[in-house]
Design a protein around this ligand. Sequence first.
Ligand SMILES: O=c1[nH]c(=O)c2[nH]c(=O)[nH]c2[nH]1
Length: 312
Amino acid sequence: MAIVLGPHQYGKAENRVVRIYRDSPRHEIHDVNVSTALRGAFDPAHLVGDQSAVLPTDTQKQTAYAYAKEKGLTSIEPYGLELARHFVDDVEPVTGARIEIEEYAWERVVVDGTEHDFTFVRRGQEVRTAAVTVEGKGDAQRTWVVGGFKDLVLLKTTGSEFHDFLTDEYTLLEPTSDRIMATSLEAKWRFDSAALESAALESSAGFDWEGVYAGVKQTMVEVFATLHSLALQQTLYEMGKAVLERFPMIVELRMSAPNKHHFLYDLAPFGLKNRNEVFNADDRPYGLIQASVLRDDAPAAGAAWDVAGGFA
Ligand SMILES: O=c1[nH]c(=O)c2[nH]c(=O)[nH]c2[nH]1
């Protein structure tokens, strides 16, 4: 038996880069958490401690900050593309790079009815995400971009049912035709890599990353609100389908939705009727419903979903 080195990668995780645009009195802020991971011929570092091919994780960090100025940091997808392509194209031993980014949104405070130029309040809603993977050099290079969000907490007070489910001797759940539906939605959408390779997607100027993000989020929120739901599973599928119908550059969407249970509280001991008015918001355990929706002619996903390489 011989011991061999398996897949490996290394990088700087969670660089907290804050980029301010202050070229006019009205400042802009972009607040991100960016993690880099490089793949390639790094076996000697593991096997014999030879660092000659290892671009330090500190350098990767410095690059993330330098690029926020040199290349700009507005939409997170093109910022991730710049970083990933730089590592693969310009650093000889690197054959693949994965850049994962979270963005924390700020909105302007309002003073005397006017938006303030340089003071912001953290927006309590979702965290936007992006994951860019670049593999291979030159003509063989392939690129995958996944946009997304997490922690989008949604709740509807009616318009949700759950009944006619399979039962066995352990089933206690009562069917319901009117319940609260709530979740903290995570969604990730894979852009068409072929479209990415076209010139239009090369720069943030050439592609409306912000518009797509806002549109996907709004589409999902609208479906959550308007679909009379028979199960969270159905809601997820309809949300994903609507996104693919409206956004031709997206080929696949993956969703993860904890079912944030709201149990009707028993007020009978107090002689009170509870007509879906008072609930216990339970935090655990929770149902966890996960689904993906894709075009039947979607190109192969390749390394798009290879989140952090699948390492522990
Ligand atoms: O929307 C739901 N899907 C389920 O699979 C499920 N299971 C459960 O107990 N409640 C629910 N709700």
